[in-house]
Ligand binder design. Structure first.
Ligand SMILES: [Cu+2]
Length: 355
């Protein structure tokens, strides 16, 4: 490694000496005549054409990316607020797109049109108040509009009112897993503190707080469809981020404080599995897995499990350590009846502590 670094230093030093000698030769040389160092008419024409070609390349790249990567777009949001979020994103991107196409053209076209030519002199043009006013006021109005629209959308989503029958769920982040704590029959989460963490009580629920005795701790997140969920987020160790892309939800999980987010799921797991988007997606993923399996089997290793049932997931979106990529919890959106049935089968905190 050291040898490698020394070699790089020597090489860079040689390049620096060579460049310096070139600058020295340039400063000594006369600017008259074609000495190869000063751009002539031919060089200017080549550069002007390259500018146009670069513009065409950029436009081509743009269309290619849209065409090739659009399949990675998320499906329609599975939460009530999701479409507001998507609209904001779409309008912002569309605006950026239009401006980008126009300014890209102007930049490269002018570089072509006003290329260096022998005998052509640049026009000294000090200022033009009217032009400056126009290119200041238009961005001001557009940006102010976007920001105000964004602020309204933000406060719409973030400053929620808690419904009477909202479901309160705590998401507890720990390197490298998630746990969910349901508030139980009283819909109040018991106090919790890292000092109470002991044995089976991994979330540090205060055993003396009666609000906590009916709390239910699970490793799967079940949510009843059409009912508002209020998430209270806590972390045991480092900064995590609760990310539920299909519900357009993300919130930092910060040690030492409780953050919150709320949404209403609108599409059950069953329903989203039936959509054309998901069916197609599952087919593609299964195909990729089949091909990988073939390679694995040829090497004498076991094939991959088949993957044909989509599930929502809660992911961690802050790099929190070496197994960060695998920090996830399955989310199941179901009917209220199915949810009631499931939660009945879970142990409360009091029950699991007496065992
Ligand atoms: Cu994490």
């Amino acid at each position: 490694m050291t040898v490698f670094l020394v070699l790089i230093v020597i090489a860079l030093f040689a390049v620096a000496i060579w460049q310096m000698s070139k600058i020295y030769a340039l400063s000594k040389g006369n600017s008259q005549g074609d000495n190869g160092e000063v751009a002539n008419g031919k060089d200017n024409r080549i550069n002007a054409k390259l500018m146009v070609m670069f513009m065409v390349f950029l436009y081509f790249l743009m269309f290619y990316c849209f065409w090739h990567y659009s399949k990675f777009y998320l499906p329609e949001a599975s939460s009530a607020h999701g479409s507001k979020y998507d609209n904001l994103m779409f309008i912002s991107i569309a605006l950026i797109m239009v401006v980008q196409v126009i300014t890209q053209f102007l930049l490269h076209f002018f570089a072509y049109k006003y290329k260096g030519e022998k005998g052509k002199r640049a026009l000294f043009y000090a200022d033009n108040d009217k032009l400056e006013f126009i290119w200041t006021i238009i961005p001001v109005i557009v940006l102010a509009g976007l920001i105000i629209y964004g602020l309204f959308t933000w406060s719409d989503i973030m400053n929620f009112e808690e419904d009477e029958d909202a479901l309160v769920v705590e998401l507890y982040a720990q390197r490298f897993n998630w746990k969910a704590r349901y508030a139980g029959d009283d819909n109040i989460l018991g106090d919790a503190n890292v000092r109470f963490i002991e044995g089976i009580n991994q979330l540090g629920i205060d055993p003396s707080d009666t609000d906590g005795s009916d709390d239910v701790v699970t490793t799967e997140l079940h949510l009843p469809v059409g009912r508002q969920v209020v998430f209270k987020l806590r972390s045991q160790d480092v900064l995590h981020s609760a990310y539920m892309p299909h519900f357009r939800a993300q919130m930092n999980v910060v040690p030492g404080m409780i953050t919150q987010f709320s949404f209403t799921p609108t599409v059950t797991t069953e329903e989203i599995r039936e959509t054309d988007y998901m069916q197609e997606k599952m087919r593609t993923i299964q195909q990729i897995r089949n091909e990988k399996s073939k390679v694995l089997v040829a090497k004498g290793e076991p094939a991959l499990d088949s993957y044909d049932e989509f599930d929502y997931y809660l992911l961690c979106n802050k790099i929190c350590g070496k197994s960060h990529y695998n920090m996830q919890m399955k989310i199941i959106v179901e009917t209220q009846e199915e949810y009631d049935e499931w939660i009945k089968g879970q142990k409360t905190f009091a029950q699991s502590m007496t065992e």
